[in-house]
Design a protein around this ligand. Structure first.
Ligand code: EPZ
Length: 423
């Protein structure tokens, strides 16, 4: 049996949608919390399957976890240093944050190689480079597919990241906050989710400066205590809804947004001729009144155009009057959504790390595959504007990272159902 999201296209969307907490902050905040000696409460947790997978891992570590609505409370005071080798590790790539967190807490961690969406090669060499620089000895067991990291002690060190990797920046932060002395991360990533994790660690008693710039300085401390934290809104979910509204909306208010986190997307949407008003922490989007203009997008590290938004935007670009393009500089193989969109009537050519999107094309319903999380979002948008019924398979990808996206769209007037089919 396969779970399917089915969409009847052509219905205009109106109303207000409230954005949930940031997935890519949440999946780092939860592992970071285990570094505390006492309870940590985190508010604004999105209802996504990645959180469920992390809760399973925490319980395997004998960490007390309770989830009530959008709040998670962890009490690491009775936690044990247990190898993380269950299948839950493979459910999300971000389980690798337990490498940094448990190395930082116990100076030792055994963990299975992480899973996650296939977006082309996704090495963790920069994470390991950072752990080694701090004094960890790393061995990989080919048979068990597990990493063992051990250090007599962790000593602060300067670490240059060959690529401004989000994951490596966060993971090294987690290992360094209790290391002896000073760690300097050079060419660090600047994503807002890294700032959010640093805010939590600072409230726990960590000494971190320069986050949000390309040089982060961490002075290790002996102890980190419990605290309370509220997660920032999810800029990728917010961006996805801006694009949905631009494609299928009449007047949609996207609430609980930090507009500064979306400057690159907002600029591109304006370049396309999308009408928007930014009002405090809401953005009002008026659906298409005149033909959209084609644009050229190049994905960059933050604050450049987010790679996670090029897939949903591709669907909108199929409606622009002319030739648009997307160039990927982060994940060069992140184009599996194009073949699925072409099945729905789009005209997209993919060549090496770029796509050319010819529009406007009339999209029609089809049975398509969500190949990854953001491909799923792109197909939802195509289903909303396509003629007839679209069935999106492999919805587990979508549920990993979007909090009840179909319910939110139904509230805006979309005709969406979920069911299972034999396939
Ligand atoms: C984070 O992935 C996000 N995931 C991704 O979002 C996002 O696309 C990505 O950052 C870029 O913004 C989470 O935060 C859980 P990277 P991450 O390390 O940390 C190379 C989504 O849809 N690299 O910045 O894995 C890597 O191959 C997901 O929500 C190395 O070479 O991204 C890639 O080309 C998808 N060696 C580039 O850096 C390393 O050790 C960006 O990777 C690490 C990364």
């Amino acid at each position: 049996m396969s779970k399917v999201i089915a969409i009847e296209g052509g219905y205009k969307l109106n109303g207000t949608v409230r954005i949930s907490g940031a997935k890519n902050a949440t999946v780092a905040l939860i592992p970071a919390a285990v570094l505390a000696d006492g309870p940590v409460e985190i508010l604004g947790v999105p209802e996504i399957s990645d959180v469920e997978a992390l809760a399973i891992l925490l319980r395997e570590l004998n960490c007390d976890v309770s989830i009530k609505g959008d709040s998670i409370r962890l009490d690491p005071s009775q936690m044990e240093d247990i190898p993380l080798v269950s299948d839950a590790v493979n459910k999300l790539r971000a389980s690798y944050y337990f490498m940094g967190a448990l190395l930082g807490k116990y100076k030792r961690v055994k963990i299975k190689m992480p899973g996650g969406c296939y977006l082309g090669p996704r090495p963790i060499d920069l994470h390991l480079k950072g752990f080694k620089a701090l004094g960890a000895n790393i061995t990989y067991d080919e048979v068990e597919e597990t990493y063992l990291l051990e250090a007599d002690e962790l000593v602060g060190h300067s670490i240059y990241l060959d690529f401004a990797s989000v994951g490596a920046t966060i993971n090294i932060l987690l290992a360094a906050v209790k290391a002896k002395g000073r760690t300097i991360i050079e060419n660090a990533a600047k994503e807002p989710e890294i700032i959010d994790v640093t805010n939590l660690l600072t409230k726990m008693g960590a000494h971190i400066r320069g986050v949000g710039t390309d040089t982060i300085t961490i002075d290790g401390v002996e102890h980190l205590h419990g605290t309370f934290h509220e997660i920032i809104p999810d800029r990728i979910e917010a961006g996805t809804f801006l694009i949905i509204a631009a494609a299928a909306g009449e007047k949609v208010i996207v609430q609980n947004v930090i507009p500064q986190h979306l400057e690159a997307l907002i600029s591109k949407l304006k370049e396309m001729g999308v009408q928007m008003d930014v009002v405090g922490d809401s953005i009002i989007v008026y659906g298409p009144q005149k033909p959209l203009k084609p644009v050229h997008v190049k994905t960059q590290i933050y604050p450049g155009f987010a790679t996670d938004l090029q897939q949903p935007l591709t669907t909108l670009l199929t409606q622009a009057d002319g030739k648009s393009s997307v160039k990927e500089t982060i994940y060069i193989e992140r184009f599996l959504h194009c073949e699925q969109l072409n099945k729905m009537g789009a005209h997209i050519d993919v060549d090496r790390a770029s796509s050319a999107i010819y529009g406007p094309t009339k999209l029609h319903g089809a049975r398509v595959q969500a190949t990854d999380l953001r491909c799923g979002a792109a197909l939802i948008i195509a289903g909303l504007i396509g003629e007839g019924k679209t069935e999106i398979m492999n919805v587990y990808h979508i549920d990993r990272g979007y909090d009840n996206i179909d319910q939110k769209l139904i509230t805006l007037g979309a005709h969406i159902t979920r069911y299972e089919i034999d396939a």
